[in-house]
Write a protein that binds this ligand. Structure first.
Ligand SMILES: [Zn+2]
Ligand SMILES: [Zn+2]
Length: 141
């Protein structure tokens, strides 16, 4: 009787892999760039899942490492995209925009000059994330 070649994975490795996948496709709904990030992340998870489905004798710890690495890269890339744009209007900062109400970053803030100017010009009814961050779920700056 010929023994069929089987691949046995350690249960602990599989659990870690599943945890990593779960973590990969879970982001807080208010995360920056949620839609794009979820798409990026599911694409990366799919690569791992199809390897698992098709390759015999896959090195699970190696796959976990690889997935964790690409997730860290994705997180870093998202943080860089976020840092490069105004936290209020989401337009890219343009350091070469000389206008006082243009799209250059206002000093060391996370806002562009236009949003700061708009906020400072607001009437008594004006409220925005810059002057009243607590209303928008953020910490005061
Ligand atoms: Zn802005
Ligand atoms: Zn304001």
């Amino acid at each position: 009787m010929t023994k069929k070649p089987t691949t046995s994975y350690r249960a602990a490795d599989l659990r870690t892999l599943l945890d990593t996948i779960q973590h990969a496709i879970t982001l807080p709904y208010d995360a920056f760039d949620y839609d794009r990030r979820i798409l990026d992340r599911t694409a990366r998870v799919r690569t791992t899942l199809s390897a698992l489905a098709t390759e015999v004798g896959l090195d699970i710890p190696w796959e976990i490492d690889r997935l964790q690495r690409v997730l860290a890269e994705e997180t870093q890339a998202a943080a860089e995209r976020q840092a490069a744009q105004c936290a209020r209007c989401h337009k890219q900062f343009d350091p070469s925009d000389p206008r006082f109400d243009g799209h250059a970053r206002h000093r060391e803030t996370t806002w562009c000059r236009r949003c700061i100017d708009n906020c400072h010009n607001g009437g008594t009814e004006h409220v925005c994330v810059i002057c009243e961050p607590a209303r928008y779920g953020g910490a005061p700056q």
